[in-house]
Ligand binder design. Structure first.
Ligand code: CTP
Ligand code: MG
Length: 231
């Protein structure tokens, strides 16, 4: 049987660090909303199905102004997300029917076919894999008063991107377990953390690209426009 892949594209964040009224994933970037870039790349990829997760108040906008207007054929569901990123992922996971699932930040417009292809083959081999890149800066761990208390070896540090990909049943079980815990301790900011926490599994990292940026603050929009012109 051919193995199927679904991507969950996350667009339910408020974008508080961007300080705009319109959530960053819907802001205009060189003529179309930020979210359209990754939708378009996945639409043209070998991924079979797309699940779009948006805020409750943006469901109708996503249906008419994004999916219908731009004619995305692979979008199977548009579902409401939740308060935290992991709540939104959990909502998306409820709709996944395929063997493998990729999870992608809608605020990351520059994912490429090459990254998607390599993520798909690696997850089929490994059962989980996450895209990232070696950090360029030295990273310090600080105490509560901003004093550097440790400098981890840069050769062992990667910054994590998306897509993050998993065997569907494995990540669904991990999410169920971790979200069921009363106190998760620190903040959960990616999907690999959920798997690490639930199973102790070491997730394989593969190279994404330094262009696969997440739009987070105002200057990222300028960088994004420059990247579009550069391409
Ligand atoms: N996201 C989501 N649901 C949430 C929070 C985040 O679907 N409750 C999505 C965002 O829309 C984004 C991705 O997860 O595509 C990465 O999150 P982040 O960059 O943190 O976006 P926001 O949470 O929207 O921004 P901020 O943290 O600045 O408020
Ligand atoms: Mg956030």
């Amino acid at each position: 049987m051919k193995q199927e892949y679904t991507v969950i594209i996350l667009a339910a964040g408020k974008g508080s660090r961007m300080h705009t009224d319109c959530p960053k994933q819907f802001l205009d970037l060189a003529g179309k909303p930020v979210i359209c870039y990754s939708l378009d790349t996945f639409e043209k990829s070998p991924v079979d199905h797309i699940i779009l997760v948006s805020g409750e108040e943006s469901l109708e906008y996503c249906r008419t102004e994004i999916v219908e207007k731009y004619g995305f054929q692979k979008v199977r569901n548009i579902v409401a997300g939740g308060k935290e990123r992991y709540d939104s992922v959990w909502a998306g996971l409820q709709c996944v029917k395929s063997d493998y699932v990729l999870i992608h930040d809608g605020a990351r417009p520059f994912v490429t076919q090459n990254i998607i292809h390599r993520t798909m083959s690696e997850v089929a081999r490994e059962g989980s894999c996450v895209v990232g890149m070696p950090v360029k800066d030295t990273i310090k761990i600080i105490d509560q008063k901003n004093y550097a208390i440790r400098t981890p070896d840069r050769n062992q540090l990667w910054q994590v991107q998306t897509p993050q990909a998993f065997a569907t049943e494995k990540i669904r079980a991990a999410y169920a377990e971790v979200l069921g815990m009363k106190h998760t301790g620190d903040v959960i900011t990616d999907d690999a953390m959920i798997l690490e926490r639930a199973t102790g599994e070491n997730v394989k990292l593969i190279e994404g690209s330094y262009q696969n940026i997440k739009i987070t603050t105002k200057e990222d929009l300028l960088i994004a426009e420059a990247l579009i012109n550069f391409r």
